[in-house]
Write a protein that binds this ligand. Sequence first.
Ligand code: UT7
Length: 321
Amino acid sequence: MTKAKIIGTGSCLPPKVVTNDDLAKLVETSDAWIRERTGILERRVSDAATATSDLALAATEKALKAAKTDPAEIELVIVCTTTPDMLFPSVGCILQDKLKMVNAAAFDLSAACSGFNFGLSTAASFIETGKCKKALLVGADTLTKYLDWTDRGTCILFGDGAGAVILGSAEKEEGVLASLIMSEGHLGSVLTMPGGGSRDPEQKNGRFIRMNGREVFKFAVRVLESSVRKVLEMAGKAPSDIDLLVPHQANIRIIDHVSKKMGLPKEKVYVNLQKYGNTSAASVPIALDEALAEGRIKSGDLIVLSGFGAGLTYGANLIKW
Ligand code: UT7
């Protein structure tokens, strides 16, 4: 069967940097606490005039260039986001229009911080079944617009950004070798953004992220390890076969704990959360783009991408580069 292969990547971060010391002026926290408990040193925050599609557009332009792909070749656009510009049209359709991807079906996918892994699994299926030849997959979020800047349990964690990949068909046994996506809806209440949906269109319950950090942490540690192990098993591989793990960038303690349990040395785990915090659906494609630019991935390497987040949801993809 045809496999789906990433043929170009791109990313975009808004220029404004907010440091831990900046946050310590807003809430009762400190640079030392945030560093020690999360690993985050600073994050990027978009300005009022910038919406998710603006970041997605810049990331996509870079990915199209890297993939030497004309927008008209794209037959599928999936934008993974929980912070769309508006309820509709989708960010996917806004991007389609801006880039004149006239031969594409475009839609948004909502799986929060797992979004990119859900999107990769979905887009890969379209390519594997021959429904399309080239797809654009974007993870883009501007969660800082939905933060309660008086809640130290959430406002220190998140940042804005976008990452994009172009998927094409692989000729040989390479590309996405195995995919796993899963949801645990019964745990949904531990991470929510209740305002603004049809249950509360006037946002009487607030328009901010609400999170039980400890519960999300326990979930993340459990599913990050289990999903990476499962996706490896699906392809008959072992943790020692991994060349680079690119996990969702939420908290260094989650990543370190799981890497240690799986026997993965630091050089086999990509981390950039110190610069950007948790950029939700954008974190994995931004990390992938930077890992490539830094020469951390070479042809033939075995890469695992993994994510977890609201829903609760989680997913992992095993890629032979
Ligand atoms: O993509 C998924 C998105 N979410 C996540 O990945 C979040 C996963 N969870 C986490 O990353 C961590 O749970 C947090 C970083 C959110 C919190 O770290 P923690 O080590 O679990 O802290 P905690 O909630 O157990 O709180 C420990 C203490 C508490 O004080 P007391 O009750 O011991 O006096 C908190 O009030 O730390 C306090 N605290 C803070 N202190 C300074 C909580 N947030 C802060 C803060 N600065 N920002």
